[in-house]
Ligand binder design. Structure first.
Ligand code: JF8
Length: 408
């Protein structure tokens, strides 16, 4: 990937020569070219700013140096074989918010250019020049809702977020998948030696569960910590309900242990007809105990859909679904325990919960996978309508079939 940055403070971008990004440059995975906007001026004072038309505070960046700098940048990049034209990112407080998903999209581009403004910003006609004269795609992007003095710090952050997604930049591909997904929850707290630390008289201990060697207990503790932190610091991440249609009428959140009893009741209600169809009472969702449901929570991201509550408390649990990357196969996204209360079936809630699950799959996923009773023709028909096909042969559980759908 080629990166070009235009700025009046080239030294501000010096950190891009350090650490992982510096190493990636030396390894040839990335080439960063920083340009001084003043080199594209023609006057003795190398002027880049002037007073704003219409009045107002501060200064505005003049169009001519920007056009000259961008023209030269495109020309030079082309000659160097970077591609036809870069995607131009213009940091600005009024831009589209920069997110991990935008970082993933930018990481697919062979060539990015960044235009760092200062003062009150860049003359708007520079955007027109870039888009119309040079034919660039131009994206105004904001690092976040606070005010910086210029685009340089935003570029440092964006380049770091993008570069670490390039193949070979971060040593371990798993660390990328783990962070970027795990159900959209914040990370659990981490500890290292010493297990008992004498902090100038105050002894601070590592939580005992982490020293226990009990992997299930550790996973459950970490999951509970993630839920607790997310609820406290980022409650917005726990409610993805806006993403899909009729589910928007419900309160959809990541399930916690407090939801487990109702999930158990709902799954028994929902899988009873499956047991009847299969003439079998060993269907796992029917025979599971509350402990089984609790033990599954850390292994999946489970969503609980409730009727919206009021001051008296949360509404009734009417739907649930769980999903995860298949352990050891990060290209497969598993959906399970898709259920809707019997009185609300036939309204598209199941379809929406399935769409919710699919929407949470990280980019590594190529195949959506789920599983249902071999004799559950209604389910199989609904999954086929959602784009799944039945896999020949027996399913993952006795008496079931697997269904798959390629990610598009
Ligand atoms: C700027 C040029 C920004 N999140 C953000 N806050 N402020 C900025 C920003 C970016 C460019 C300029 N002032 C003059 C502020 C971003 N991205």
């Amino acid at each position: 990937m080629r990166l070009d940055v235009v700025t009046i403070f080239p030294d501000y971008l010096a950190p891009l020569g350090l650490s992982l990004i510096g190493r990636a440059q030396r390894a040839g995975l990335l080439s960063v070219h920083v340009h001084d906007l003043r080199d594209a001026t023609e006057d003795r004072h190398r002027t880049v700013d002037d007073t704003p038309y219409g009045g107002g505070a501060g200064m505005v960046m003049k169009p001519e140096p920007w056009a000259a700098a961008l023209d030269r940048l495109v020309e030079d990049g082309r000659s160097a074989g970077a591609g036809d034209r870069p995607l131009l990112v213009v940091p600005g407080p009024g831009g589209t918010p920069f997110t991990q998903s935008m970082a993933r999209e930018l990481a697919e581009e062979p060539w990015l250019a960044f235009a760092c403004g200062r003062y009150e910003g860049i003359d708007e006609r520079v955007h027109e020049h870039a888009a119309s004269t040079l034919g660039l795609r131009v994206e105004v992007v904001s690092l976040g809702d606070y005010v910086l003095n210029g685009g340089e710090v935003a570029v440092l952050a964006m380049v770091e977020a993008v570069a670490r997604l390039l193949p070979g930049v971060v040593g371990n591909a798993e660390s990328l998948v783990e962070e970027s997904h795990e159900g959209g929850l914040l990370e659990y707290p981490v500890y290292t030696k010493p297990a008992s630390w004498d902090d100038a008289g105050t002894v601070r201990e590592v939580p005992a569960v982490l020293l226990s060697g009990d992997h299930a207990a550790i996973a459950a503790w970490r999951h509970a910590q993630r839920l607790e932190r997310t609820a406290r610091r980022r409650p917005d991440l726990l409610a993805p309900s806006a993403t899909v249609g009729t589910l928007a009428d419900l309160d959809v959140r990541v399930a916690t242990a407090a939801d487990a009893p109702e999930i158990l009741v709902l799954q028994r209600a929902c899988w009873l007809p499956e047991g009847q169809l299969a003439n079998s009472w060993v269907v796992p969702p029917l025979v599971e105990t509350l402990d089984d449901v609790l033990a599954a929570l850390p292994r999946w991201t489970t969503y609980a859909a409730r009727v919206r509550g009021d001051a008296a408390g949360p509404g009734r649990l009417v739907g649930s679904v769980r999903c995860r990357l298949r352990p050891g196969a990060e290209e497969v996204w598993e959906t399970g325990r898709l259920m809707v209360a019997p009185d609300l079936q036939g309204r598209g809630l199941g379809r929406d919960l399935l769409a919710l699950s699919e929407s949470l799959a990280p980019p590594s996923v190529r195949t959506f996978w789920l599983n249902t009773g071999r004799t559950s023709e209604g389910n199989i028909r609904r999954y086929k309508r959602a784009g799944y096909r039945v896999v020949q042969g027996p399913g993952a559980v006795e008496g079931t079939v697997d269904l798959v759908k390629p990610r598009r």
